[in-house]
Design a protein around this ligand. Structure first.
Ligand code: ZN
Length: 498
């Protein structure tokens, strides 16, 4: 049962898989930039995602991100039920509803492998802040003391729910079809259940990261067993589970053990500025790393640890703009590439920076190239390859799917995978004329170009309008939650705080 419904704020659950299926979701006012399109007169196909339902996305610029499938200047994508049935030009699709995609770039949805969605109510609060108080100038306002040690301690389950929900829908609107949510807010089983319920109600593909909580009511990590059996008995659902195993928390070995017993990936932040390098080195030497590990940031780690992570097939999630902004250390993107690793991109925290995928992609590409350009200008000759727009798109799609162990289901437009698809408007004022598909997405686009979003065959955003969500009502809930959080944490609301 939805917590907002229970509290009397009746939600439209036409978007929710556990709710009765509705034949047509109401069309709400556009959210975000309201991407225009060439086919605004066509109505939204009904029952998208339902078993046997066929939808033909016709005549788009198709970038599959699967080398076996390839790219097409003009082609169709046939969706049947939840899955991609075919990709190619002039597909025969009798009985299918047609989605005209002329002028649209058709590609897999973006994947964010590390996002603390419970902090949505705190957006922009810490725009100038850094990670910890390290005694240096400008570190008095910092993430650890303000967000983790003040705000997060006063969260109630309902605050978790509304932030998770609003953050999910916002990223869905921006074309992010899969997220790993790092909810370090498990102060009680009720907090955990609220986070999971919001991820399910949002109807997006998500990995629920069961990380720590604080206080006497916290049952982390033991409650992982209940959560696994109660909410994630099947791995074949839109929301799956990841175990958090932060090595700065005493007793982290138990979290790793439980995660592995339950067959879950084990994810953790690894940041030099928190003094984790020596522990990480010990784990590296003991052979503790595995292909089930997701290491977030990896700033300031030793060559030994990097090699152990690469050899073990562990995954690295880079939050490039946050790492640059908040003093995590220089994003180790070149390090990962040199070792043949395939990092994914992640947004991290919206208390400091936007979670839109275009910011992640542009930041990663610009930083990697800036280093190489500087070396080239300095006369160095043995230079690494520069990331291209296509390379970065891979990091933001298929690499993320691989990192989360979801590449059998998503990350590329491959027949047989589930249909997580975005249509990006290349006819828009900020993009036309289209001369290069990967380049247009990475170097020109923003969320206003996200025209249509499909998740597991179901249309969630249609011609610039998010479907099946009462955003105005949810925003007022979020604002009320924000007001409570500031008051309970004893922090004054100040729109011009410095
Ligand atoms: Zn993080």
């Amino acid at each position: 049962m939805c917590q907002l419904c229970e509290s009397g704020l009746i939600q439209d659950h036409s978007i929710s898989r556990h709710a009765p299926f509705m034949s047509a979701a109401p069309v709400m006012a556009p959210v975000g930039g309201g991407g225009g399109s060439a086919a605004t007169t066509a109505s939204m196909p009904r029952d998208s995602g339902a078993p046997g339902r066929r939808i033909l996305i016709r005549g788009g610029h198709v970038m599959s991100m699967d080398p076996e499938v390839g790219d097409f200047a003009k082609a169709d994508v046939l969706v049947e039920g939840r899955t991609i049935a075919a990709v190619g030009p002039d597909l025969d699709a009798s009985g299918a509803d047609i989605v005209e995609a002329g002028g649209m770039i058709v590609m897999p949805g973006f994947i964010d492998t590390h996002h603390h969605q419970f902090e949505t109510a705190l957006r922009s609060f810490l725009a100038d802040g850094i990670l910890v108080n390290d005694g240096q100038p400008h570190s008095a306002v910092n993430y650890y003391e303000h967000i983790l040690q003040k705000f997060s301690l006063v969260y109630r389950p309902e605050d978790v729910y509304v932030s998770e929900m609003f953050g999910s829908l916002s990223q869905l609107d921006a074309g992010v079809t899969t997220v790993m949510d790092i909810s370090q807010i498990h102060h009680s089983p009720e907090h955990s259940d609220a986070a999971i319920q919001a991820l399910k109600d949002a109807g997006r593909r998500a990995a629920f990261g069961y990380f720590e909580g604080w206080g006497d009511g916290s049952k982390y990590p033991d409650d992982a067993r209940r959560i696994r059996s109660e909410h994630f008995a099947s791995d074949d659902q839109l929301v799956t589970m990841v175990m958090g195993g932060e090595i700065y928390i005493p007793g982290y070995e138990k979290s790793w053990k439980i995660g592995r017993e339950l067959g879950l990936p084990v994810a953790l932040h690894v940041v030099g500025t928190f003094g984790m390098a020596s522990t990480f080195d010990e784990l590296a030497k003991s052979g503790a790393f595995g292909p089930d590990n997701i290491f977030i940031h990896m700033t300031g780690m030793s060559d030994l640890a990097w090699k152990a992570a690469a050899d073990a097939g562990s995954h690295v999630s880079l939050a490039v703009p946050i790492e640059m902004n908040m003093r995590h250390g220089m994003p180790p993107i070149q390090k990962a590439l040199d070792l043949g690793m395939e990092p994914s991109l992640s947004s991290d925290v919206e208390c400091t920076l936007t979670a839109d995928p275009f910011t992640q992609m542009r930041s990663a590409m610009m930083l990697q190239r800036a280093f190489i350009n500087e070396s080239a200008l300095g006369g160095e000759e043995k230079l690494p390859m520069m990331l291209t727009a296509r390379d970065v798109l891979r990091l933001a799609t298929l690499s993320g799917a691989k990192g989360l162990g979801l590449d059998g289901k998503t990350g590329s437009l491959t027949p047989g995978k589930e249909a997580d698809i975005v249509l990006l408007d290349a006819t828009a004022l900020n993009v036309a004329p289209l001369n290069n598909v990967p380049g247009a997405v990475v170097s020109l686009m923003d969320r206003s170009n996200v025209d249509t979003v499909m998740i597991a065959g179901r249309i969630r955003k249609w011609r610039g309008a998010l479907q099946g969500a009462d955003i105005a009502r949810m925003r007022s809930e979020l604002e009320a939650s924000r007001d409570y959080l500031f008051e309970a944490a004893g922090i004054e609301q100040d729109l011009f705080r410095v």
